[in-house]
Design a protein. Sequence first.
Length: 596
Amino acid sequence: MASTDVQQKVSEWLNWSKNAKDNAEIEDLVRKENNEELKKRLLHRMEFGTAGLRARMGAGYSMMNDLTVIQATQGLCSYVIQTIPEAKQMGVCVGFDGRYNSKRFAQLTATIFLHKGIKVYLFSKICPTPYVAYCTRHYKCACGVMVTASHNPKEDNGYKVYWSNGSQIIAPVDKGISQCIYDNLEPWKDSWDVDYTETSELRVDPYDDIHEKYQRDVNKLCYYKEENSKSKVKFTYTAMHGVGYIFTDKSVQQFGFPPVIPVKEQVEPDPEFPTVKYPNPEEGKGALTLSMKTADEAGSQVILANDPDADRLALAEKTSDGWKIFTGNEIGALIGWWSWFAFRQKYPDVPASDCYMLASTVSSKILQTIANKEGFNFIETLTGFKWMGNKSDELLKDGKTVLFAFEEAIGYMCGSTVLDKDGVSAAAVCSEMSCYVYNQGSTLTQQLEDIYKKYGYHISSNSYFLCYDPNIVNKMFEEIRNYNNTGKHPTSCGKYKIKYVRDLTTGFDNSQADCKPVLPVSKSSHMITFTFENGCVATLRTSGTEPKIKYYTEHKPDPSQGMGYQEALEELNDMVQCIEKYFFQPEKFGLIARSS
């Protein structure tokens, strides 16, 4: 017999939901008396945060489905009306990817705004996430919604929110929307009326206009079109069963290159993602096996890979030793170098002091090193493009030039066409960069080595452990903060001495005179950074969208100390083993190591 709480929620769900399939799912659980599953689904809600929503699809308040999308949109709509007086005239943008239910969720989102008299720019066809960010900013919309789960497994979907500046929401907007969701849980009278999206005069299809204008603006990042048109470099491309092919092929072609060579098995949108276990090019060789096969058959030297919503980009190059898959930090170093070099060639008179690059705190500090030497500005932000996007918006309003921003999870913002990561424009920029490098008789691999020789080695090792129990995650971080029952953070990790500790969960940073961090503090997630005496930096953090505890390490050996690349790499690898052993304690906590 289910508890009263569960019975009440079952009754509420069946009263509110009009999706027969979802209701049958709940009724089946009731019939089987699966009370534990009913508790998980009905007594817990997805939390709406700065990443919006992302979860497995299915019936219940803890999952992505028609009803929870309606509730989220009613809250968002209420918040927009309360805080933006001109919302009806400004409108909102709504787009969707090729996943199961994405179009349906987008229609539900649109109809709720339409019934409140708010204009909706609803894409008529699937589009990449960067198009929604661009559309929101270009049309000066009140907000934008992209229905996508990015690179998550096929069972998942998500709801990503942009604010009126075209950047992802940050506090206090996220908290305001969350409260409005709780205040508007019961579906409004017309919230299920998706047919209204086809008849309302307030609905506008922005697809053709945004496609043209976005590509026009991306073309401004092209510096060597004539040389590109003579390129001998062949580019192989995979959309990872997502939406990117049409859009990325267009961006690459308008830079002067011939059409990309598509990985035929993966180029069309397919919500089943049949050829990859995880549709995430960041996973490396396993995700790019078909790309390498296609490239080898076509005599192609470079692979460009988008994730399913095309906001990320992976890059690989054929070498004499086989295929080199560049890490996110290595791609960041390459595009960072290129962004400054190409911009300087074309705009030599723009003061370096007016130019900016950004990277998140878990990413390589190579941009900071380049900035220190070349004279432009570098800004470090919290993890996530929401921070880099909003900071870029501030800089642009001050008349500054934002050249590049990146995060190690293969996210790149080239220029300021889109204030979010954008794999479509990044692919075009990487194509031109590759062409230039090859025309100089070099390779991307050699160019990366040249960058490190000029600015110093920045060697990274990043990975993660899986943990599906938040209580265990909390316990692990509690033990780090009370290391060996000292009541303090650790002062060493194995034989490696720790110089500084920055804990952005508790608000502690002993590198500052007042021991308070410069970056914002958030108690909603765990994030601790250790700076070691040998110059290595390691950050441990929880993921906002996946059951992962991630770590990011980077070794920047002091060139004056005479430590070479191989010696530094061996020291970093040894440090990573110590971090896993002493901080993560995977055997004690039952953590699952990342599979290769």
